[in-house]
Design a protein around this ligand. Sequence first.
Ligand code: ADP
Ligand code: NA
Length: 332
Amino acid sequence: QFAPRVFSGIKPSGGLTLGNYLGAIKRFVEMQGGDFETIYCVVDLHAITVWQDPAELRRATREVAAGYLASGIDPETSILFNQSRVSAHAELGWLFNCVARVGWMNRMTQFKEKAGKNAEKQSLGLYAYPSLMAADILAYHATHVPVGDDQKQHVELTRDIAAKFNHDYGVEFFPLTTPVIEGPAMRVMNLRDGTKKMSKSGESDMERINMTDDADAIAKKFKKARTDPAPLPETVEGLAERPEAKNLVDIYAGLANMTAEQVIAEYAGAGWGQFKPALADLAVEKLAPISSEMARLMDDPAEIDRTLERGAERARAIAEPILARTSEIMGL
Ligand code: ADP
Ligand code: NA
């Protein structure tokens, strides 16, 4: 009943990281041009759930778009656009606020992590974020959502919203979307603390690899990355209690299109003095062409804006009829 369709997005809330590349963009490129229609979004309405400087938000929106394009998203094959330019997202988000339950939001671990002890001081938008994310996905009847592991719970909530809507109104209007979380680097960790996710908005720049980092910065950051002193194990099982070592092996595997087993087979017993420079070289080899193309694209912001606007027109053509039918089903 539902055609195979992929939707996913990235927040323009800072510079893109290696986590965004391996957990999201690289996989978006791989899903393009195959069995799925692919729709990729810069989700600026999600970015403003925490304070964003307006000029910086505009710049970051173009930078995320440039990251998609430079990594190989083809704006003809895929639909590439900026969320706030398609008003159906916000409208369907409101309708889903009236379907989702407060108790469901209270279970979201990402809100708890982001809010910390200050839940009362957060924006209402940060709390309701997963309901807007459900709208992003379901406005296109997307059947599959490639995401990193941190977004799994939100895609499950999207399924809950779709199921409750279908049940309450006695329809089979929304698909139960499948999260696609596959590959060795679905949770890239911080380089200084192997228990925390690498994030755009992390505290220190040394904790993360940015997609725009130059070769020197990449080499320096991997060199300083925290590890235990033991060499690489003889088998992947030996990574079990070693989060920092596992993270670096997973990053290598993601960049090289290998499994962690294959990386360990190649580097069994190697010391960090051998592995870290090899990892840095590999990261530079993969990221340098992307970051130089990003810089080239960022020199012409008007062209990026035109590309996003053409994508928004195509996105509206799908989302508006789905929003209209949703309203009709609800009696609006
Ligand atoms: P961030 O957390 O860096 O602000 P977003 O929330 O915009 O990133 O997420 C965009 C996509 O990148 C999502 O699919 C998310 O799961 C993925 N992603 C973000 N950080 C990581 C990471 N450290 N490892 C793997 N995937 C990640
Ligand atoms: Na995230």
